[in-house]
Structures are given as C-alpha cells and as structure tokens.
Design a protein around this ligand. Sequence first.
Ligand code: NAP
Length: 230
Amino acid sequence: MPTVLVTGSSRGIGLEFARRYAALGWDVLATCRTPSAAADLQQLALQNTKVKVLALDVVSETSIAALVQALNGAAIDLLINNAGIGGAGIELGAMDLPRWRTLFETNVLGPAKLTDALLPNVLAGSLRKVVSVSSTLGSIARSTGGNYAYRSSKAALNMTMRSMALDLIKQGVISVLMSPGIVDTDFTRGGRMPKIPVQDSVSGMMGVIDALKSEHAGQFLRYSGETVEW
Ligand SMILES: NC(=O)c1ccc[n+]([C@@H]2O[C@H](COP(=O)([O-])OP(=O)(O)OC[C@H]3O[C@@H](n4cnc5c(N)ncnc54)[C@H](OP(=O)(O)O)[C@@H]3O)[C@@H](O)[C@H]2O)c1
C-alpha cells in the first residue's frame, strides 16, 4: 500500500486525512508539533497500526532535519503540506509584524523547506504526489479586502509551490495547491459563515488527489475539483 505523510495531523483537516488514508489501508506518517498533546491522533494510532506518529514543527529546520533522519530514506508516495495558521487581528492599525512573520514561516517557508528536504523520499515513491493546502483567501483575483497576513501567506505559498511544481514535474512529481473550502475546524471556530464538515472537504480532496495526472502539475484546485483563479 502507498505511504502518505501529513503535516499538522493533530486535529482538523490533517487528522481527517490521517484517519481516511489509514482506513484505506495506507501507511500514514502522521506528523504533528507535539505528539504527547495530540490525544485524538494518538488514539487513532492505537486503533490502527498503519498510523505512525512523528514529531514535526514545520517552522523549525532542526525539526525538519530530524524527521528526514528518522525516515532514513523511506519512500513517501504522497506528501500533504497541511499545517497552517491564521492571521486574524492583523489589520489596519494593528500591524503585528512578529505574528505576520510567524505566519509566513508556517504557511510558506515551512512547506517549501519540507518539500525540498523530503524530495528524495518522494522520488523514491511510486505515486510521486505533493499537495499543499492553500486557501481561496490566497487568490489575488478574488480578494475582497482585509485579512492581509493570511491572504499574503497563502498567495506566497501559491507562487512558491506553483513554481516548484513546474520544476518537480520534470522529475515526475505532480505537485498542486488545493483549497479545502470553508471547513468546520478549530480554524474557523466562531465564524458565522456557512461551513462544510471536515469529512466532506477531505473526501473531495482525496478524490481530486487520486485523479491527479501530470497535466495538473502546478494547478490550484478546489476540493470539488474545479480550478481556482490565482
Ligand atoms: N478550515 C478552513 O476553513 C480552511 C480553509 C482554507 C484553508 N485552510 C487550511 O487548511 C490547513 C489546515 O487547517 P485546519 O482547518 O485543519 O486548521 P486547524 O484545525 O487549526 O489545524 C491546524 C493544524 O496545523 C498544525 N500546525 C500549526 N502550526 C504548525 C507548525 N509550526 N508545525 C506543524 N504543525 C503546525 C496544528 O498543530 P497544533 O495542534 O500543534 O497547533 C494543527 O494540527 C491550513 O493550512 C489552513 O490554512 C483551512
């Protein structure tokens, strides 16, 4: 069975990816910042021996290097760059630059560095797929104002991973950006907008991921399969 590595799998979309690929019989490398605090993920790993919990803080180069070492060249068929944070409260009159920098480190530099560091593992896999979870809030064309920090981080993620995808396809790796929709997780807690259940978002994304072909490399795709304008 294939192997998937998921970042930020302690909760929300990442945890659901881990659950669902494990249910399909995949080997799941479920990474999270603090394994001892990831109760739901630990429970999943107890119930399913296909799930291996590994520590990874995507903003730490030391943590990324330790993960690479722990994997010891193991093949990864599908890498899902899911970990991410929001930027609520950074706005006109409240330019919290340290928080904005952390947002960029988490949402842009982390996935870029991790994808580069795990490229030998992805090349050793059979499927050779990389998915980075972005957001329609990162679409410049669709901006309605506000949320500068989060929007700019996802727009930068889009540019970084699209450009990397155009290089990676030459090595047979299909890399895409995905929008999960507005999903009912801790991330959107308190927001009054309509949300979809995490199961629906992840089901949709898994269908799209399953159907990825080389012509999709570098695209920005919704969980329902349509392309999102940049
Ligand atoms: N929910 C939505 O509506 C929505 C919409 C568009 C895009 N997204 C994107 O989808 C992704 C997942 O969101 P979610 O809704 O599942 O959010 P969530 O429930 O808040 O979960 C975020 C996950 O990211 C992890 N994380 C944060 N910083 C990290 C770091 N430095 N290193 C490793 N892991 C880290 C968190 O770990 P801890 O438990 O350690 O904090 C947690 O597992 C994010 O990239 C988000 O931007 C979500």
